[in-house]
Design a protein around this ligand. Structure first.
Ligand code: PMP
Ligand code: GLN
Length: 395
């Protein structure tokens, strides 16, 4: 969020400015820094996907495809939900392919919320949530996940509900904290949703990046399937964030509404990538085990290195992000720290207060992404060893 007023921008988007990922990646490029800010892998997904996309172009998948997703991809998504979570969705009526999870979120908010409807979500939040709510004319209600364990006060969550509340927006595994919501937390949220007749929008884009505990889709809990919009993306799981293939899984009635919005936002996603991603989703379980094992190694390498440099580190239970505490190094302002870091040592990170309204809760933290090969993570740590601790630090 930027505080600069833009002359042409509508009032509902004032303050959103240029997002933090664009700003920090530009800074990383200017100083030739190791970019651990924006979360995208520095490696590609499996070759078989690339070959499948090239084949799809050659085979003539080059015109608009079905608005709700190419049938083969919808079927592959349905099979994935069944294989991993025993959730049954009708591929033609209850699954909608979107332009990444970003469009899935936007279409969902456009479709389901009246101006003035309230949405409860947790801070820190993924940055597009607030913009989606603002563009839909919704009203935000925040509940803070508090460091160091990023737990929340269940009573505070319940107190946030009022007659205008329409939905709870959830993200698990959670960006940027790495928190994986526990079964009891999800049961608590589900109980509130049932009791107050709320929808739940569940952003599960990091569903396959879990190192401790397990990913539990809230749609699997009693009474939740038909009040949940599950949103995911193939970008993280298959290391193809630029393909932007996301999707929603929701009841037929909710899907019908989301599709009405989706058809006027993008109509359909890029045609040749869809049969390719259908192949990806059919890859056997071994792929997912390997993905987890590789990310676990990256997580541990980065976390150990950051701790050696002097950051306070709690290894995340999921995602490919870690929030490191900068106070042991004598710093206490994440934005100042992240603006200084690329020029000072040649590493870029994200200041998480970009994801907080209540900035005081996140100022002492910095987000590093570990969706990078080990040599890049080692290089970042080497460079971070050159960091001069701020005055007043004990080091
Ligand atoms: N939700 C979360 C929590 C994310 O971190 C991201 C992006 N990394 C998205 C949604 C957007 O996903 P996509 O790139 O598929 O639009
Ligand atoms: N989700 C990615 C992150 O959190 C960035 C996505 C984007 O650049 N919009 O880093």
């Amino acid at each position: 969020m930027s505080s600069l007023r833009q002359p042409y921008l509508t009032s509902r988007l004032q303050g959103f400015g240029t997002n933090i990922f664009t700003e920090m990646t530009a800074l990383a490029q200017r100083y030739d820094a190791v970019n651990l800010s924006q979360g995208f892998p520095n490696f590609d997904g499996p070759d078989l996907l690339k070959e499948a996309a090239i084949r799809a172009i050659r085979d003539g998948h080059n015109q608009y495809c079905r608005m709700t997703g190419q049938p083969e991809l919808n079927r592959a998504i349905a099979a994935h939900q069944k294989r991993f979570y025993d959730l049954e969705f009708d591929p033609d009526l209850e699954i909608t392919v979107t332009n990444g999870a970003t469009e899935a979120l936007f279409a969902t908010f456009q479709a389901l919320f009246e101006v003035g409807d309230e949405v409860i979500f947790f801070e820190p939040f993924y940055d597009s949530y607030r913009a989606c709510i603002a563009m839909a004319g919704g009203v935000e209600r925040l509940v803070t996940l508090r460091s160091p364990d990023f737990s929340y006060d269940a009573e505070e969550l319940e107190r946030a509900i009022n007659p205008k509340t329409r939905a709870i927006l959830l993200n698990t595994p959670h960006n940027p904290t790495g928190k994986v919501f526990s079964r009891s937390e999800l049961e608590g949220i589900a109980e509130l949703a049932r009791r107050h007749d709320l929808l739940v929008i569940s952003d599960e884009v990091y569903e396959h990046l879990v190192f401790e505990g397990e990913h539990l889709p809230i749609a699997t809990l009693p009474g939740m399937r038909d009040r949940t919009i599950t949103i995911s993306s193939t970008g993280k799981t298959f290391s193809m964030t630029g393909w932007k293939i996301g999707y929603t899984c929701a009841s037929e009635a909710l899907s019908a509404a989301i599709r009405t919005a989706h058809q006027f936002i993008t109509f359909c996603n890029s045609a040749p990538f869809q049969p390719a991603m259908a192949e990806a989703l059919r890859i056997e379980d071994r792929f997912y085990d390997q993905l987890q094992a590789e990310y676990l190694e990256r997580r541990d390498r980065l976390c150990a290195g950051l701790a050696e440099v002097g950051f306070g580190v709690q290894p995340p239970a999921g995602t490919y992000f870690v929030l490191a505490d900068i106070r042991p190094l004598g710093f206490d302002d994440d934005v100042e720290f992240c603006r200084m870091l690329p020029a000072a040592v040649g590493v870029a990170a994200i200041p998480p207060t970009a994801f907080y309204v209540n900035k005081a809760a996140g100022r002492h933290l910095v987000r590093f992404a570990f969706c990078k090969t080990l040599d890049i993570l080692d290089e970042a740590i080497d460079r971070l060893h050159g960091l001069e601790p701020a005055r007043g630090s004990e080091r």
